[in-house]
Design a protein around this ligand. Structure first.
Ligand SMILES: Nc1ncnc2c1ncn2[C@@H]1O[C@H](COP(=O)(O)OP(=O)(O)OP(=O)(O)O)[C@@H](O)[C@H]1O
Length: 239
């Protein structure tokens, strides 16, 4: 038997008995007994407002710590890492786009995007040239004019800020992209362009993608789709 057959396929995300309750709350928001995302899989996650989607995103990125249970990303258990190790792991391996973009308002667009690379220790030498090229390619693909690079991000429109947040998430070519409701401020033309770009980049790098949205029309871009209520038994109890 070949070695490959002996090794279980690697999971991009693996959740086991994952529970989360906000401090002072009387019930869990998240209670997921078992769920996995395969490496290379592009998954669309949807659910009603308040179902716990953003909470789950924050648990997957290591921004929130579970009340109990395990979160593993790319076969690394986030729950046993120190806060510093989690930050380092996230910056190197996970591209995150939050609903609120989290750009630093007084830094320019270029500085915001380069900061992600700096955090991941990717700067210097040939990598610097490659980085500049990738930055321009991303700006182009996301239809952001290059003159915007030197503008403080606070001077950009909401749609432009959203695309900068996406460029920042993609700059390190992460193995896993976690994207929370990113298309809501884009018009349909820009949205289709963005979806195509995201799918192309993820396929090129065999990146896994977990994409959270209310916009069910986007489902057709994905390999799989999951209603959070179907995997989250905390949600089941509340229904
Ligand atoms: N910081 C917090 N402290 C206490 N409760 C919170 C906090 N953040 C969210 N919640 C509660 O947790 C539940 C899930 O919220 P969450 O934001 O994860 O839902 P969501 O599915 O992302 O919603 P939406 O689609 O509206 O963004 C809600 O009942 C919300 O009120």
């Amino acid at each position: 038997m070949q070695k490959k057959e002996l090794v279980e396929a690697q999971a991009a995300i693996l959740l086991k008995q994952l529970r989360f309750r906000y401090q002072g709350a009387t019930a869990d928001v998240i209670d997921i007994p078992d769920w996995r995302l395969e490496q290379g899989e592009k998954c669309f996650l949807f659910g009603a407002s308040g179902a716990g989607k953003s909470t789950l995103m924050n648990l997957l990125c290591g921004v929130l710590q579970p009340t109990s249970g395990e979160v593993a990303v790319l076969e690394q258990t986030l729950t046993t890492m120190s806060a510093r190790q989690r930050d380092r792991f996230r910056s190197r391996h996970i591209g995150v786009v939050f609903q609120q973009f989290n750009l630093i308002p007084y830094l320019t667009v270029e500085e915001n995007v380069r900061l992600a690379s700096w955090f991941a220790n990717n700067a210097g030498g040939a990598a610097e040239r490659e980085l500049t090229q990738r930055l321009h390619e991303l700006m182009d693909a996301l239809q952001l004019k290059s003159e915007l690079l030197q503008r403080p991000s606070k001077e950009l429109s909401v749609g432009q800020q959203q695309r900068v947040a996406i460029a920042r998430a993609l700059i390190n070519q992460p193995e896993l992209m976690i994207v929370d409701e990113p298309t809501s401020a884009l018009d349909s033309y820009a949205r289709d362009n963005f979806m195509q770009l995201l799918m192309n980049v993820c396929s090129e790098h065999n990146s896994s993608l977990l994409f959270v949205s209310h916009d069910l029309t986007l489902q057709s871009y994905f390999d799989s789709s999951v209603n959070l209520a179907d995997i989250n038994v905390a949600g089941e109890r509340r229904r």
